[in-house]
Design a protein around this ligand. Structure first.
Ligand SMILES: O=C(O)CCC(=O)C(=O)O
Length: 338
């Protein structure tokens, strides 16, 4: 290839450097360490990697305690969604833990930011993104989601659809029958599924359910005939799985409903990329920082929360002080608006 040639990608939508046809030459050109080269080889070949014990057990316990209490006792500052629905509701009362997931727990429960900043996770994301990551969506589960196989590019939308990766952090040792995370190795290299002429994401109001269901059946059919079939993730507490934007994955059927499957998912893009909700809801396009991890939320107005948490000026004492006391914020965080 000539130096000025545009690189060839697996997908017509482009992607990260690991999605280039010449990714192997890139490993050499980038002078990766043997450990990094091995991680990239696995990620590109399979569409995921597992970082064993990458999350600090004390941090896991701290977050797990807070999210488990929120699910069981309620916490009105935490927002949840029923599986398959978009509406979010404050978790003011204890939830049906099998039917729901908490969204963007990292805003009210900042312990999640520490977990999602686990050094080995950030290092790998930085390696594939060539930039520090922007966390722009997360899901917390107490039990299995039982979500059908899907590719995140359909639902988790960034201006460059393949400049996206997600992690799944085990908050406990995961048991068979709990509705394990499942995935289909190699499925990230399926040909692009286009919902619109130039669109990898699904828009219910434009595309309708038929094409969505056809896509889901296509993923199931691929899994059934693929070399390795569907694999089930049985991690130990603190293990982190990172998956490629287009890896087919979901939640297995829960066969032992008494079991928990406590986990924290984060969806990331490189800092500098634009999650779709920034355009749809510009008032939510605030980016804050937790050291190297930048984060934003389509469910919480970070700018308003920041303002409400600011100390009351001396002259206003007694008029609005209640608001600032409602929020327990880490004042050391930088903030910036994107
Ligand atoms: O944890 C699960 O069961 C599925 C998570 C998932 O599909 C996602 O976050 O995209």
């Amino acid at each position: 290839m000539e130096l000025n040639d545009e690189p060839a990608f697996h997908s017509r939508y482009g992607g990260l450097w690991i999605d280039r046809a010449d990714w192997r030459q890139q490993i050499t050109a980038r002078k990766l360490t043997p450990e990094q080269a091995n991680q990239i080889e696995n990620f590109v070949t399979n569409g995921f990697i597992v970082l064993e014990g990458a999350a600090d057990p004390d941090l896991v316990d701290r977050f797990r305690q807070r999210i488990a209490t929120s699910f069981r006792e309620g916490n009105a500052d935490v927002l949840y969604q029923r599986h398959g629905y978009r509406d979010v509701t404050p978790l003011a009362e204890p939830a049906d833990r099998l039917g729901v997931r908490v969204v963007d727990s990292y805003v009210p429960l900042t312990e999640a930011l520490d977990l999602l900043s686990s050094p080995a996770l950030l290092a790998f994301l930085n390696l594939i993104f060539e930039a520090d990551p922007l966390l722009f969506q997360s899901l917390s589960f107490d039990q299995g989601s039982q979500q059908r196989l899907h590719q995140d590019t359909a639902y988790v939308v960034v201006d460059k659809p393949l400049e996206l990766a997600a992690c799944w952090i085990a908050l406990e040792d995961i048991q068979p029958g709990s509705g394990e995370l499942m995935y289909v190795p190699g499925s990230h290299r399926l040909p692009d599924w286009n919902f619109g002429a130039d669109r990898k994401h699904w828009v219910r109001g434009i595309d309708g359910l038929d094409i969505h269901n056809e896509w889901a059946r296509h993923l199931d059919a691929h899994a059934a005939k693929s070399e390795q079939g569907i694999q089930y993730f049985l991690p130990k507490k603190g293990d982190i799985l990172i998956w490629h934007a287009d890896l087919a994955h979901g939640g297995a059927v829960v066969t032992v409903p008494d079991l928990t499957r406590q986990s924290l998912v984060g969806h990331f893009c490189p800092q500098g990329r634009t999650p779709k909700f920034f355009g749809d809801h510009p008032h939510l396009a605030t980016v804050e920082h937790h050291d190297r991890l930048a984060y934003c939320s389509q469910y919480y107005n970070l700018a308003e929360r920041e303002k409400a948490a600011e100390p009351e000026p001396e002259s206003d004492k007694g008029t609005g002080g209640m608001l600032s006391r409602l929020f327990n914020r880490d004042k050391s965080r930088e903030k910036s608006a994107s």
